[in-house]
Design a protein around this ligand. Structure first.
Ligand code: DAH
Length: 340
């Protein structure tokens, strides 16, 4: 029996050495130490031993059990430690790795300029209002003093939705809407989309953006208009920007002018960008509100006067950021937009 026990011990220990997982160990434990295990069977047959042999064999059998149990415990610990190490390696945090930078959206350059313009005028005490992109022919033309035969009303220039509705060709109908509300005095700006039957080229798009400004009060003069435009140009582009007024014609203003600003590239010195003139192309159209327009809106031109101007936001954005082609503003290539 002694030999049987020692052999069993050796076999069990050898088998345990080969183990690679907890399932293997459990199988061996059951094989040797389980209820019907080999060691248990040997212990059960102890009854057939003599009185003298029994305690010795009992002691040996217990030792063998203890050795096997201990070995099982040690191997289990070893396996658990190995698994922990493996997990730790796969879960390791490398604090030297660069972080993942989340992609944060940003506002389109046109929207940035629009908001900047609005905030300049809000600081100067103007209301910011908005209105529809489809407006009546009356608001877009008639009440703005553009007679039936005015060229801008031609179907080759304007998108007609029906005989009396158009995609607005300018933000100027906002003047009519605000004046017809009847609240005086008026100091407002309004930005938004405008539409014209233009082919796309470097500086034209059938959809573009404008900002309209209207002031109506008692005693408003051309001097107020010039001063306001001068102030806002300096706020927007910098204090060394100069403005130049050139006589022009618009149906809804009298007198009317176009305004140029100093060339962005040379600040008025004269360079190839401005063809040596020192002035960049016109920034806006403006003038004193025509008495007919005031009358059309129920305002007495003998008591009230006003000034107005309209400006292309796309053009301002292009001048401000040196963007050579208007298409870039509408293609929405993320590589382009990311620069602003
Ligand atoms: N609406 C004109 C245009 O689209 C621009 C303009 C000129 C607006 C003179 C005005 C103004 O308010 O007074 O060309």
């Amino acid at each position: 029996m002694k030999e049987q026990l020692l052999k069993l011990k050796e076999e069990a220990l050898n088998q345990l050495k080969e183990c690679s997982g907890n399932a293997d160990i459990e199988k061996i434990r059951v094989q040797y130490l389980g209820k019907k295990g080999e060691l248990t069977l040997i212990l059960r047959s102890m009854g057939s031993l003599s009185e003298e042999e029994r305690p010795e064999m009992g002691k040996l059998a217990n030792e063998v059990r203890a050795v096997i149990e201990e070995e099982i415990k040690a191997i289990k610990e070893e396996i658990t430690a190995k698994e922990n190490q493996k997990n730790a390696k796969s879960e390791i945090i490398d604090i030297t790795m660069p972080g993942r930078i989340p992609e944060i959206g940003r506002r389109h350059p046109l929207i940035q300029v629009k908001e900047e313009l609005e905030s300049v005028f809000m600081r100067m005490g103007y209301d910011v209002v908005s209105g529809p992109e489809i407006d009546t022919v009356g608001n877009n033309f008639d009440d703005l003093n553009a007679p039936y035969d005015h060229p801008s009303r031609d179907r080759s220039d304007t998108f007609y939705v029906s005989d009396d509705l158009v995609l607005r060709t300018q933000t100027s109908p906002m003047q009519i809407r605000v004046m017809k509300e009847g609240k005086l005095p008026i100091r407002m700006v309004s930005t938004g989309r405008t539409f014209r039957f233009d082919d796309v080229d470097d500086t034209h798009s059938p959809m573009f953006h404008q900002m309209e400004c209207l002031v109506v009060d008692k005693g408003v003069t051309l001097a107020n208009l010039k001063d306001s435009i001068d102030q806002f140009v300096k706020e927007l582009f910098g204090s060394n920007m100069k403005t130049r007024f050139r006589p022009h014609n618009f149906p809804f203003t009298e007198p009317s002018a176009e305004v140029d600003v100093s060339c962005h590239a040379c600040m008025g010195e004269g360079c190839p960008t401005c063809h040596g003139t020192g002035w960049s192309m016109e920034l806006l159209g403006c003038g004193m509100v025509h008495p007919n327009v005031l009358r059309n809106c129920g305002i007495d031109p003998e008591i009230y006067s006003g000034y107005a101007f309209g400006m292309g936001i796309d053009r301002v954005t292009m001048v401000k950021y040196g963007i050579p082609n208007i298409r870039l503003l509408f293609e929405n290539d993320v590589r382009f937009l990311k620069q602003f």
